[in-house]
Design a protein around this ligand. Sequence first.
Ligand code: CAA
Length: 256
Amino acid sequence: MTVNTALDGDIAVITLDRQKALNALSFAQLDALDEAIAQVARSAARGLVVVGAGDKAFCAGADIPELTGRTLHEEHEGSRLGQEVFERISRLRIPSVAVIQGYAFGGGLELALACTFRVATPAARMGLPEIKLGLIPGYGGTQRLPRLIGEGRALELILSGRTLKADEAERIGLVNRVVQEGTPAGIGRDFLVPYLQYGLPALDLARQAVQRGMQTTLEHGLRIERDLSTLAYRTADAAEGMQAFIEKRAPLFKDA
Ligand code: CAA
């Protein structure tokens, strides 16, 4: 079991590598993932790609044998750990993309849901099958899925445990795009290229405005937008972006 982090130019790549168990997330792997995320946050990376090693799976979810025979306290703390690690991915300042090649089930799909974006290859298969184990999703799936695709569709997927193919996942907005050609890391890198030209403060504030607004009323969300758009306005990047427009030249953002 390993979680590898590599920096490919401006882009960090986290690889879940436990192929004999379809990259299932043991608690040790969750800890390693947490450390990898902290490493990425400290690095100069301007984008993050999350992939699974091998061509069979992105991640088959929580490690099922490890889930058995636990006390209720251990189970509660396990769910908290998964939620907290995934929350740290979702709050990264840089955009992240999960590239789903092969299976993404349970905690694996929940990990992808915590990323800013999801890309699938045509053969990808995904779902939240916990109901088939007598369980329910515990790493954020019941909360992030309805926010992404709506309550009705999320309830159908969570209560049926049904497996989705890539084209249906794209149609309902669960994945942003289906991409045929390339390695998972390459697909993720290509997906993120358009975002590299923008300043990190604006990318971060825009993401926060959307995500925080999704958790509250429209009235409060509009207040969040006012506050965060004002924060964006006072950055040096905003001054540069507007000046560059007036001078009819490309802006030179400095992430400040
Ligand atoms: N945990 C541990 N090991 C797993 C695993 C998991 N989630 N998923 C697969 N594996 C292991 C299998 O036990 C098998 O190991 P052995 O070769 O030692 O027997 C190996 O990976 C290959 O798996 P299969 O032989 O089953 O491969 P397949 O291609 O026939 O089927 C699959 C693939 C449909 C993904 C099937 O493995 C499967 O249904 N896996 C479980 C998926 C699942 O239920 N995930 C949710 C887990 S619970 C959860 O995630 C809770 C939460 O919210 C956090």
